[in-house]
Design a protein around this ligand. Structure first.
Ligand code: GLY
Ligand code: MN
Ligand code: MN
Length: 462
Protein backbone atom coordinates (compact mmCIF):
# COMPACT_ATOMS: atom_id res chain seq x y z
CA UNK A 1 0.00 0.00 0.00
CA UNK A 2 1.24 3.47 -0.85
CA UNK A 3 1.17 6.63 1.27
CA UNK A 4 -2.17 8.45 1.51
CA UNK A 5 -0.78 11.17 -0.77
CA UNK A 6 -0.71 8.70 -3.70
CA UNK A 7 -4.45 7.96 -3.41
CA UNK A 8 -5.30 11.62 -2.82
CA UNK A 9 -3.39 12.60 -5.96
CA UNK A 10 -4.91 9.78 -8.04
CA UNK A 11 -8.43 10.85 -7.01
CA UNK A 12 -7.60 14.51 -7.65
CA UNK A 13 -6.45 13.76 -11.19
CA UNK A 14 -9.57 11.70 -11.81
CA UNK A 15 -12.02 14.32 -10.60
CA UNK A 16 -10.24 17.04 -12.56
CA UNK A 17 -10.75 14.95 -15.66
CA UNK A 18 -14.40 13.98 -14.94
CA UNK A 19 -15.30 17.57 -14.05
CA UNK A 20 -18.67 17.21 -12.36
CA UNK A 21 -21.03 14.71 -10.78
CA UNK A 22 -20.37 11.98 -8.26
CA UNK A 23 -18.02 9.08 -8.93
CA UNK A 24 -18.96 5.68 -7.48
CA UNK A 25 -16.35 3.01 -6.73
CA UNK A 26 -17.49 -0.49 -5.83
CA UNK A 27 -15.08 -2.76 -3.95
CA UNK A 28 -15.44 -6.53 -4.20
CA UNK A 29 -16.97 -8.74 -1.54
CA UNK A 30 -16.11 -12.26 -0.50
CA UNK A 31 -17.73 -14.76 -2.88
CA UNK A 32 -18.93 -18.10 -1.49
CA UNK A 33 -17.23 -21.15 -3.01
CA UNK A 34 -19.86 -23.58 -1.71
CA UNK A 35 -21.31 -21.86 1.38
CA UNK A 36 -20.94 -18.38 2.79
CA UNK A 37 -18.25 -19.18 5.36
CA UNK A 38 -16.00 -20.86 2.77
CA UNK A 39 -15.29 -18.13 0.22
CA UNK A 40 -12.93 -18.00 -2.77
CA UNK A 41 -9.68 -16.19 -1.92
CA UNK A 42 -10.50 -12.49 -1.76
CA UNK A 43 -9.56 -10.46 -4.86
CA UNK A 44 -10.14 -6.71 -4.70
CA UNK A 45 -11.48 -4.77 -7.65
CA UNK A 46 -8.40 -3.21 -9.22
CA UNK A 47 -9.86 0.24 -9.84
CA UNK A 48 -11.04 0.39 -6.23
CA UNK A 49 -7.55 -0.69 -5.14
CA UNK A 50 -5.95 1.93 -7.41
CA UNK A 51 -7.94 4.90 -6.04
CA UNK A 52 -8.76 3.75 -2.48
CA UNK A 53 -5.83 1.43 -1.63
CA UNK A 54 -7.73 -0.93 0.67
CA UNK A 55 -7.42 -4.63 -0.16
CA UNK A 56 -10.37 -5.98 1.81
CA UNK A 57 -14.04 -6.81 1.24
CA UNK A 58 -17.18 -4.81 1.95
CA UNK A 59 -16.12 -1.32 0.85
CA UNK A 60 -17.34 1.34 -1.59
CA UNK A 61 -16.34 4.92 -2.25
CA UNK A 62 -18.08 8.09 -3.39
CA UNK A 63 -15.97 10.90 -4.80
CA UNK A 64 -17.65 14.24 -5.44
CA UNK A 65 -16.00 15.61 -8.57
CA UNK A 66 -17.11 19.17 -7.77
CA UNK A 67 -16.22 19.45 -4.08
CA UNK A 68 -13.55 16.75 -3.85
CA UNK A 69 -15.27 15.12 -0.89
CA UNK A 70 -14.23 11.45 -0.75
CA UNK A 71 -16.34 9.21 1.49
CA UNK A 72 -15.36 5.62 2.27
CA UNK A 73 -18.33 3.32 2.95
CA UNK A 74 -17.94 0.11 4.96
CA UNK A 75 -18.41 -1.04 8.49
CA UNK A 76 -16.55 -1.21 11.77
CA UNK A 77 -15.51 -4.73 12.72
CA UNK A 78 -18.16 -6.59 14.69
CA UNK A 79 -17.12 -8.54 17.78
CA UNK A 80 -17.87 -11.76 15.84
CA UNK A 81 -15.43 -10.71 13.10
CA UNK A 82 -12.78 -9.90 15.70
CA UNK A 83 -13.27 -13.34 17.27
CA UNK A 84 -13.17 -15.24 13.96
CA UNK A 85 -10.80 -13.21 11.80
CA UNK A 86 -8.85 -11.03 14.24
CA UNK A 87 -8.58 -7.38 15.23
CA UNK A 88 -9.26 -4.75 12.55
CA UNK A 89 -8.82 -0.97 12.51
CA UNK A 90 -11.97 1.13 12.60
CA UNK A 91 -13.55 2.29 9.34
CA UNK A 92 -12.65 5.89 10.23
CA UNK A 93 -8.96 5.02 10.62
CA UNK A 94 -8.99 3.17 7.29
CA UNK A 95 -10.46 6.27 5.67
CA UNK A 96 -7.75 8.38 7.26
CA UNK A 97 -5.04 5.97 6.09
CA UNK A 98 -5.99 6.64 2.43
CA UNK A 99 -6.66 10.35 2.81
CA UNK A 100 -10.46 10.11 2.42
CA UNK A 101 -12.41 13.04 3.84
CA UNK A 102 -14.79 10.85 5.82
CA UNK A 103 -16.47 7.50 6.25
CA UNK A 104 -19.99 6.17 6.67
CA UNK A 105 -21.78 2.83 7.16
CA UNK A 106 -22.27 0.94 3.89
CA UNK A 107 -26.02 0.79 4.63
CA UNK A 108 -26.13 4.56 4.07
CA UNK A 109 -24.78 4.51 0.51
CA UNK A 110 -28.16 3.69 -1.03
CA UNK A 111 -29.87 6.68 0.61
CA UNK A 112 -26.93 8.91 -0.32
CA UNK A 113 -27.12 7.86 -3.99
CA UNK A 114 -30.90 8.30 -4.14
CA UNK A 115 -30.57 11.81 -2.72
CA UNK A 116 -27.92 12.62 -5.33
CA UNK A 117 -30.14 11.20 -8.07
CA UNK A 118 -33.10 13.22 -6.82
CA UNK A 119 -30.93 16.35 -6.88
CA UNK A 120 -30.14 15.67 -10.56
CA UNK A 121 -26.50 14.79 -9.93
CA UNK A 122 -24.80 12.57 -12.49
CA UNK A 123 -23.56 9.29 -10.93
CA UNK A 124 -20.49 7.95 -12.74
CA UNK A 125 -19.82 4.26 -12.45
CA UNK A 126 -17.71 1.53 -14.07
CA UNK A 127 -18.66 -1.79 -15.69
CA UNK A 128 -19.53 -4.34 -13.00
CA UNK A 129 -18.29 -7.86 -13.76
CA UNK A 130 -19.54 -9.65 -10.63
CA UNK A 131 -23.18 -10.64 -10.16
CA UNK A 132 -23.15 -9.60 -6.48
CA UNK A 133 -21.91 -6.09 -7.37
CA UNK A 134 -24.45 -5.75 -10.17
CA UNK A 135 -27.30 -6.68 -7.82
CA UNK A 136 -26.04 -4.40 -5.03
CA UNK A 137 -25.52 -1.35 -7.24
CA UNK A 138 -28.85 -1.84 -9.04
CA UNK A 139 -30.43 -1.74 -5.57
CA UNK A 140 -28.52 1.44 -4.64
CA UNK A 141 -29.60 3.09 -7.89
CA UNK A 142 -33.17 1.81 -7.65
CA UNK A 143 -33.16 0.19 -11.11
CA UNK A 144 -33.70 -3.39 -12.37
CA UNK A 145 -30.45 -5.44 -12.44
CA UNK A 146 -30.94 -5.98 -16.18
CA UNK A 147 -30.47 -2.23 -16.74
CA UNK A 148 -27.20 -1.89 -14.84
CA UNK A 149 -25.00 -1.70 -17.96
CA UNK A 150 -26.94 1.35 -19.18
CA UNK A 151 -25.53 3.29 -16.22
CA UNK A 152 -21.86 2.85 -17.17
CA UNK A 153 -20.12 6.21 -17.52
CA UNK A 154 -17.94 6.28 -20.62
CA UNK A 155 -15.92 9.31 -19.43
CA UNK A 156 -15.19 7.47 -16.17
CA UNK A 157 -14.05 4.30 -18.02
CA UNK A 158 -11.71 6.25 -20.30
CA UNK A 159 -10.33 8.39 -17.48
CA UNK A 160 -9.50 5.33 -15.36
CA UNK A 161 -7.87 3.49 -18.26
CA UNK A 162 -5.84 6.54 -19.31
CA UNK A 163 -4.61 6.99 -15.76
CA UNK A 164 -3.91 3.35 -14.90
CA UNK A 165 -1.99 2.47 -18.07
CA UNK A 166 0.77 5.01 -17.33
CA UNK A 167 2.78 3.58 -14.45
CA UNK A 168 4.56 5.84 -11.98
CA UNK A 169 7.97 5.11 -10.49
CA UNK A 170 6.42 3.70 -7.31
CA UNK A 171 4.23 1.38 -9.38
CA UNK A 172 7.28 0.17 -11.29
CA UNK A 173 8.99 -0.52 -7.95
CA UNK A 174 6.01 -2.65 -6.90
CA UNK A 175 6.06 -4.44 -10.24
CA UNK A 176 9.75 -5.18 -9.64
CA UNK A 177 8.71 -6.83 -6.39
CA UNK A 178 6.20 -8.96 -8.33
CA UNK A 179 9.01 -9.82 -10.75
CA UNK A 180 11.26 -10.98 -7.90
CA UNK A 181 8.49 -13.32 -6.72
CA UNK A 182 7.87 -14.45 -10.31
CA UNK A 183 11.58 -15.13 -10.81
CA UNK A 184 11.71 -17.27 -7.66
CA UNK A 185 8.66 -19.19 -8.93
CA UNK A 186 10.32 -19.89 -12.28
CA UNK A 187 13.67 -20.91 -10.78
CA UNK A 188 11.76 -23.34 -8.54
CA UNK A 189 9.86 -24.71 -11.53
CA UNK A 190 13.16 -25.24 -13.35
CA UNK A 191 14.59 -27.01 -10.29
CA UNK A 192 11.66 -29.38 -9.90
CA UNK A 193 10.81 -30.23 -13.54
CA UNK A 194 12.65 -33.52 -14.05
CA UNK A 195 11.86 -36.84 -15.75
CA UNK A 196 9.42 -38.85 -13.61
CA UNK A 197 8.00 -35.77 -11.87
CA UNK A 198 4.30 -34.92 -12.33
CA UNK A 199 3.11 -31.62 -13.77
CA UNK A 200 1.08 -31.10 -10.56
CA UNK A 201 4.29 -31.32 -8.53
CA UNK A 202 5.88 -28.58 -10.64
CA UNK A 203 2.76 -26.41 -10.39
CA UNK A 204 2.56 -27.01 -6.63
CA UNK A 205 6.20 -26.08 -6.11
CA UNK A 206 5.75 -22.92 -8.20
CA UNK A 207 2.65 -21.80 -6.30
CA UNK A 208 4.34 -22.61 -3.00
CA UNK A 209 7.21 -20.33 -3.95
CA UNK A 210 4.78 -17.45 -4.52
CA UNK A 211 3.41 -17.95 -1.01
CA UNK A 212 6.90 -18.32 0.47
CA UNK A 213 7.75 -14.88 -0.88
CA UNK A 214 4.64 -13.22 0.52
CA UNK A 215 2.88 -13.21 -2.82
CA UNK A 216 0.13 -15.09 -4.59
CA UNK A 217 -0.66 -16.04 -8.17
CA UNK A 218 -1.61 -13.37 -10.69
CA UNK A 219 -3.50 -16.06 -12.68
CA UNK A 220 -3.85 -19.85 -12.54
CA UNK A 221 -0.52 -21.49 -13.39
CA UNK A 222 -0.06 -22.75 -16.95
CA UNK A 223 2.25 -25.76 -16.66
CA UNK A 224 1.99 -28.43 -19.30
CA UNK A 225 3.87 -30.67 -21.66
CA UNK A 226 0.91 -29.94 -23.94
CA UNK A 227 2.07 -26.38 -24.43
CA UNK A 228 0.09 -26.29 -27.66
CA UNK A 229 -2.97 -25.73 -25.45
CA UNK A 230 -2.41 -22.04 -24.89
CA UNK A 231 -3.89 -21.68 -21.41
CA UNK A 232 -3.63 -25.19 -20.00
CA UNK A 233 -4.58 -25.15 -16.31
CA UNK A 234 -4.57 -28.94 -15.90
CA UNK A 235 -1.54 -30.77 -14.56
CA UNK A 236 -2.22 -34.51 -14.92
CA UNK A 237 0.87 -35.73 -16.82
CA UNK A 238 4.11 -37.33 -15.68
CA UNK A 239 7.12 -35.72 -17.35
CA UNK A 240 9.56 -37.75 -19.43
CA UNK A 241 12.98 -36.96 -20.86
CA UNK A 242 12.45 -35.33 -24.23
CA UNK A 243 9.23 -33.50 -23.26
CA UNK A 244 9.08 -29.73 -23.42
CA UNK A 245 6.98 -27.95 -20.80
CA UNK A 246 5.46 -24.50 -21.14
CA UNK A 247 5.54 -22.82 -17.72
CA UNK A 248 3.61 -19.54 -17.80
CA UNK A 249 3.19 -18.06 -14.36
CA UNK A 250 3.37 -14.86 -12.38
CA UNK A 251 3.29 -13.62 -8.83
CA UNK A 252 1.40 -10.72 -7.31
CA UNK A 253 3.22 -8.47 -4.85
CA UNK A 254 1.40 -7.71 -1.57
CA UNK A 255 0.51 -4.31 -3.08
CA UNK A 256 -1.42 -6.07 -5.88
CA UNK A 257 0.96 -5.51 -8.83
CA UNK A 258 1.43 -8.53 -11.09
CA UNK A 259 4.10 -10.41 -13.03
CA UNK A 260 3.60 -12.70 -16.05
CA UNK A 261 6.55 -14.68 -17.40
CA UNK A 262 6.84 -17.79 -19.60
CA UNK A 263 9.70 -20.19 -20.05
CA UNK A 264 9.77 -23.43 -22.02
CA UNK A 265 11.66 -26.21 -20.26
CA UNK A 266 13.43 -29.20 -21.86
CA UNK A 267 12.80 -32.12 -19.53
CA UNK A 268 16.00 -34.07 -18.99
CA UNK A 269 18.11 -31.05 -19.87
CA UNK A 270 18.34 -31.23 -23.68
CA UNK A 271 16.19 -29.82 -26.48
CA UNK A 272 16.25 -32.21 -29.44
CA UNK A 273 17.09 -30.86 -32.89
CA UNK A 274 13.55 -29.82 -33.83
CA UNK A 275 12.84 -28.36 -30.40
CA UNK A 276 16.08 -26.37 -30.60
CA UNK A 277 15.15 -24.88 -33.98
CA UNK A 278 11.68 -23.82 -32.81
CA UNK A 279 13.00 -22.55 -29.48
CA UNK A 280 15.66 -20.40 -31.14
CA UNK A 281 13.09 -19.05 -33.59
CA UNK A 282 10.69 -18.01 -30.84
CA UNK A 283 13.57 -16.52 -28.87
CA UNK A 284 14.72 -14.51 -31.87
CA UNK A 285 11.18 -13.16 -32.29
CA UNK A 286 11.10 -12.25 -28.60
CA UNK A 287 14.50 -10.54 -28.54
CA UNK A 288 13.83 -8.56 -31.70
CA UNK A 289 10.38 -7.56 -30.47
CA UNK A 290 11.78 -6.30 -27.18
CA UNK A 291 14.39 -4.31 -29.13
CA UNK A 292 11.56 -2.67 -31.08
CA UNK A 293 9.62 -1.49 -28.02
CA UNK A 294 9.89 2.29 -27.67
CA UNK A 295 7.58 5.32 -27.49
CA UNK A 296 5.62 6.03 -30.66
CA UNK A 297 5.88 2.52 -32.08
CA UNK A 298 2.54 0.78 -32.61
CA UNK A 299 2.49 -2.56 -30.82
CA UNK A 300 0.45 -3.85 -33.74
CA UNK A 301 3.55 -3.34 -35.90
CA UNK A 302 5.81 -5.06 -33.35
CA UNK A 303 3.37 -7.98 -33.35
CA UNK A 304 3.34 -8.19 -37.16
CA UNK A 305 7.15 -8.01 -37.33
CA UNK A 306 7.38 -10.88 -34.83
CA UNK A 307 4.94 -12.89 -36.94
CA UNK A 308 7.11 -12.29 -40.01
CA UNK A 309 10.20 -13.59 -38.17
CA UNK A 310 8.25 -16.73 -37.22
CA UNK A 311 6.83 -17.13 -40.74
CA UNK A 312 10.34 -16.75 -42.22
CA UNK A 313 11.63 -19.50 -39.97
CA UNK A 314 8.68 -21.80 -40.69
CA UNK A 315 9.26 -21.22 -44.42
CA UNK A 316 12.92 -22.23 -44.01
CA UNK A 317 11.68 -25.45 -42.39
CA UNK A 318 9.32 -26.08 -45.31
CA UNK A 319 6.24 -25.96 -43.06
CA UNK A 320 5.15 -22.67 -44.65
CA UNK A 321 5.68 -21.67 -48.25
CA UNK A 322 5.31 -18.64 -50.50
CA UNK A 323 6.17 -15.09 -49.51
CA UNK A 324 6.27 -14.76 -45.68
CA UNK A 325 5.10 -11.13 -45.81
CA UNK A 326 2.06 -12.13 -47.86
CA UNK A 327 1.46 -15.10 -45.58
CA UNK A 328 1.40 -12.86 -42.51
CA UNK A 329 -0.84 -10.30 -44.22
CA UNK A 330 -3.26 -13.14 -45.03
CA UNK A 331 -3.05 -14.48 -41.46
CA UNK A 332 -1.67 -17.91 -42.45
CA UNK A 333 0.99 -17.86 -39.67
CA UNK A 334 -1.82 -17.76 -37.07
CA UNK A 335 -2.13 -21.53 -37.42
CA UNK A 336 1.12 -21.57 -35.41
CA UNK A 337 0.70 -18.42 -33.30
CA UNK A 338 -3.01 -17.84 -32.74
CA UNK A 339 -2.50 -15.31 -29.93
CA UNK A 340 -1.21 -11.76 -29.72
CA UNK A 341 2.35 -10.69 -28.95
CA UNK A 342 1.36 -9.20 -25.60
CA UNK A 343 -0.87 -7.14 -23.37
CA UNK A 344 -0.73 -4.40 -20.77
CA UNK A 345 0.21 -5.48 -17.25
CA UNK A 346 -0.22 -3.78 -13.87
CA UNK A 347 -2.67 -4.40 -11.04
CA UNK A 348 -4.33 -6.89 -13.39
CA UNK A 349 -2.22 -9.42 -15.25
CA UNK A 350 -4.19 -8.29 -18.33
CA UNK A 351 -4.33 -4.75 -17.04
CA UNK A 352 -7.67 -2.96 -17.01
CA UNK A 353 -9.43 -5.44 -19.28
CA UNK A 354 -12.49 -5.49 -17.00
CA UNK A 355 -12.98 -1.83 -17.96
CA UNK A 356 -12.85 -2.11 -21.76
CA UNK A 357 -10.31 -4.46 -23.33
CA UNK A 358 -10.36 -2.70 -26.70
CA UNK A 359 -9.97 0.78 -25.22
CA UNK A 360 -7.03 -0.42 -23.08
CA UNK A 361 -5.26 -2.01 -26.02
CA UNK A 362 -6.26 0.17 -28.95
CA UNK A 363 -7.52 3.48 -27.51
CA UNK A 364 -9.32 5.55 -30.11
CA UNK A 365 -6.40 5.15 -32.50
CA UNK A 366 -7.04 1.77 -34.11
CA UNK A 367 -9.82 -0.69 -34.83
CA UNK A 368 -9.10 -4.18 -33.57
CA UNK A 369 -8.87 -6.68 -36.42
CA UNK A 370 -11.34 -9.55 -36.71
CA UNK A 371 -8.82 -11.76 -38.57
CA UNK A 372 -8.10 -15.06 -36.79
CA UNK A 373 -4.94 -14.58 -34.72
CA UNK A 374 -4.78 -10.81 -35.04
CA UNK A 375 -8.19 -10.64 -33.33
CA UNK A 376 -6.46 -12.05 -30.23
CA UNK A 377 -3.91 -9.22 -30.12
CA UNK A 378 -4.93 -7.42 -26.94
CA UNK A 379 -2.52 -4.50 -27.39
CA UNK A 380 -2.09 -2.70 -30.70
CA UNK A 381 -1.80 1.00 -29.88
CA UNK A 382 1.20 3.33 -30.05
CA UNK A 383 3.41 2.88 -27.02
CA UNK A 384 3.98 5.60 -24.43
CA UNK A 385 6.55 5.96 -21.64
CA UNK A 386 5.16 4.29 -18.51
CA UNK A 387 3.35 1.47 -20.31
CA UNK A 388 4.14 -1.92 -18.77
CA UNK A 389 3.52 -4.76 -21.20
CA UNK A 390 4.38 -8.33 -22.03
CA UNK A 391 6.30 -9.64 -25.03
CA UNK A 392 5.33 -13.26 -25.58
CA UNK A 393 5.72 -14.87 -28.98
CA UNK A 394 5.11 -18.58 -29.33
CA UNK A 395 4.84 -21.39 -31.84
CA UNK A 396 2.31 -24.16 -31.40
CA UNK A 397 1.28 -27.25 -33.31
CA UNK A 398 -2.39 -27.76 -32.42
CA UNK A 399 -3.57 -31.05 -33.98
CA UNK A 400 -7.28 -30.17 -33.96
CA UNK A 401 -6.64 -26.78 -35.60
CA UNK A 402 -4.27 -28.29 -38.17
CA UNK A 403 -6.91 -30.92 -39.05
CA UNK A 404 -9.65 -28.29 -39.33
CA UNK A 405 -7.61 -25.99 -41.57
CA UNK A 406 -6.40 -28.85 -43.73
CA UNK A 407 -9.92 -30.25 -44.16
CA UNK A 408 -11.17 -26.80 -45.11
CA UNK A 409 -8.17 -26.07 -47.36
CA UNK A 410 -7.33 -22.92 -45.39
CA UNK A 411 -4.27 -21.00 -46.68
CA UNK A 412 -3.12 -23.95 -48.80
CA UNK A 413 -0.88 -21.62 -50.78
CA UNK A 414 1.08 -20.71 -47.61
CA UNK A 415 1.07 -23.97 -45.61
CA UNK A 416 2.60 -27.28 -46.71
CA UNK A 417 0.25 -29.66 -44.94
CA UNK A 418 2.33 -32.70 -46.01
CA UNK A 419 5.46 -31.39 -44.30
CA UNK A 420 3.40 -30.19 -41.33
CA UNK A 421 2.06 -33.71 -40.78
CA UNK A 422 5.34 -34.85 -39.25
CA UNK A 423 5.24 -31.96 -36.72
CA UNK A 424 1.73 -32.43 -35.39
CA UNK A 425 2.85 -33.97 -32.07
CA UNK A 426 5.50 -31.33 -31.40
CA UNK A 427 3.62 -29.40 -28.67
CA UNK A 428 4.37 -25.71 -28.16
CA UNK A 429 7.00 -23.15 -27.21
CA UNK A 430 6.33 -19.74 -25.66
CA UNK A 431 8.80 -17.26 -24.18
CA UNK A 432 7.49 -14.22 -22.31
CA UNK A 433 9.05 -11.26 -20.53
CA UNK A 434 7.68 -8.01 -19.12
CA UNK A 435 8.99 -4.57 -20.06
CA UNK A 436 8.38 -0.95 -19.14
CA UNK A 437 8.45 1.62 -21.94
CA UNK A 438 10.97 4.36 -21.06
CA UNK A 439 11.53 7.82 -22.57
CA UNK A 440 13.74 6.42 -25.33
CA UNK A 441 13.22 2.66 -25.40
CA UNK A 442 12.36 0.08 -22.81
CA UNK A 443 13.69 -1.78 -19.81
CA UNK A 444 13.09 -5.47 -19.17
CA UNK A 445 11.65 -5.80 -15.67
CA UNK A 446 13.17 -8.05 -13.03
CA UNK A 447 16.49 -9.78 -12.66
CA UNK A 448 17.12 -12.07 -15.64
CA UNK A 449 15.54 -15.52 -15.57
CA UNK A 450 17.53 -18.07 -17.62
CA UNK A 451 16.27 -17.83 -21.18
CA UNK A 452 18.95 -18.70 -23.74
CA UNK A 453 18.84 -22.27 -24.97
CA UNK A 454 22.20 -22.99 -23.33
CA UNK A 455 21.23 -21.46 -19.97
CA UNK A 456 17.92 -23.28 -19.78
CA UNK A 457 19.53 -26.59 -20.74
CA UNK A 458 22.26 -26.09 -18.14
CA UNK A 459 19.73 -25.50 -15.35
CA UNK A 460 17.48 -28.37 -16.35
CA UNK A 461 20.34 -30.85 -16.54
CA UNK A 462 21.84 -30.04 -13.11
N1 GLY B 1 -0.50 -15.63 -18.73
C1 GLY B 1 -1.42 -15.53 -19.78
C2 GLY B 1 -0.92 -14.57 -20.76
O1 GLY B 1 0.26 -14.53 -20.96
O2 GLY B 1 -1.65 -13.81 -21.33
MN1 MN C 1 1.76 -15.37 -19.49
MN1 MN D 1 1.01 -12.61 -20.83
Amino acid sequence: MFEASTYIERRRQLRDRIGSGVILFVGNDLTPMNYADNPYPFWQDRSFLYYWGLDEPGLAGLLDADSGEAILFGHDPTIDEVVWTGPQPSLASKAERIGASGSAPIEEISGRIRALNAAGQKIHQLPLYRAASRIAVAGWLGIPVGEIDTTISRPFVEAVVDQRIIKTAEEIDETEQAMAITRAMHLEGMRVARPGVAEWEVAGAVEGMALRHGGRLSFPIICSKHGETLHNHHYPNILSAGDIVVLDTGGVAPSGYAGDITRTLPIGGRFDERQSVIYELVLEAEIRSIEAVRPGVRYLDVHLAACRILADGLTDLGIMKGDPDEAVAAGAHALFMPHGLGHMMGLDMHDGEGLDENYVGYGTELERSSQFGLASLRLGRSLQPGFVLTVEPGLYFIPALIDRWQADGVHESFIDYDVLDSWRDFGGVRIEDDVVVTADGNRVLGEPIPRSLEDVEALLSE
